[in-house]
Write a protein that binds this ligand. Sequence first.
Ligand code: HEM
Length: 424
Amino acid sequence: MLVVPNKYVDELRRMPETRLSSMVANVENFQGSYSTIDILLRGNLHTHAIQTKLTPRLGMFVPLICEEIKKAMAEVFPPCEGQWATIRFDTITRLVVREFARISVAPLQEDTQWREIQRKYPENVFRVAIQMRIIPRGFKRLASWILPSTWAIYFNLCNAKSLVSPIVKHRRKMEASGDVTYEKPNDFLQWLMDEAWNEKDGQPDALVHRLLVLALASVHTTSMTAVQALFDLIAYPEYQQPLRAEILQALQEDGGWKKTTLTKLRKMDSFMKESQRLNGPSLLGFKRAVMEPITLSDGVVLPKGIHLVFPVVPIALESVSPHPEKFDGFRYYRERQQPGHANLHQFAMTDKDNMHFGHGKYSCPGRFFATHSIKILLAHLLLDYDLKFPDGATRPKNFCAHEYVFPDPTADILIRKKDVPFAP
Ligand code: HEM
């Protein structure tokens, strides 16, 4: 594995998959068939569906996700009316799963087993990837029979297939029936069904498998980022009031949660970007496998077969000066007020200094949905709850598993429902 400096990003980010493969690198990184991620090698159907179906409909989902998050908070949080109650990283993950479940398979929106599978499958895949990496190549197959997490992945997949495959078959039957009153549901499963180019991709079991891969790409990355921002909101409480004021103003202008409301949350966007700059989810990013020998413009040769990565955390840290280590939540908000910069420096934007979503052709296609999910979650927390750490506690330290940087899963966050919630 070769760690390269970001001066090479611009020439590498445009290279085609045949020369520099993101897919091969990610599949190998997640230990391929052992974690069942090798389905990615069959094609990028899910990325295509995000780009052509989800992202253009994001506005439409804003009120629905707000409705879901309110309901989810009431169900997932312990009783906290007039009293402080404890939540943790895992509580936020459950909320994020609910946001994702709201768009993944409409008829299973309320199905607790489906939600659990979407939460557990990514965790099990991570476990297998981390464990398998340290097992010598010749012993991996044997280890895969013994490791509890590989069995857990297998059961997650089987259960998901038995829940979702009949829905695919029913939808196909209805489509073929010629019933003019039949309206296709507007959910991820349907988009994958509509976009599947070949018979193999369109198999019910393959579609379900891809939905789980999407949960892997989205749920924990989003909840890690949301929890880091939540830790920062509590660690720097002086930001809470200006952020609340911004949300209330946007809600007042729009008369409730609308398509445009989230784009008006510019201070919140800046806060999230600063939080991610200092606590990115992975030390290494832009993982690529070199598929044929590549000679870079300055003569450096990348041999076939190596994997290259960028040290995205130090790159992002050093992207600001002076005092790169200092948390400045409205740094990017101020930048956007400069003439000509109104649409720059946004959370979902990538450049050679900001690669927590990757950069270039194969950068994260779900980052716009992630931005929406995190803003909705933080806005509802800020408006409806008081937040603090237990007495004497400071911002929890991160916990690293290989290159992955997790917010401390054992850290307590105290919440108390506001007597008069601000949200309309
Ligand atoms: C804050 C949350 C998220 C973070 C930090 C994140 C980060 C990333 C990163 C670093 C990559 C690899 C990019 C590269 O190799 O250059 C990626 C790829 C991907 N992400 Fe995200 N992601 C997030 C949320 C999401 C969500 C919500 C979805 C789905 C709705 C999603 C779907 C994907 C997919 C499908 C890929 C693979 C793209 C490809 O290989 O072409 N991500 N993400």
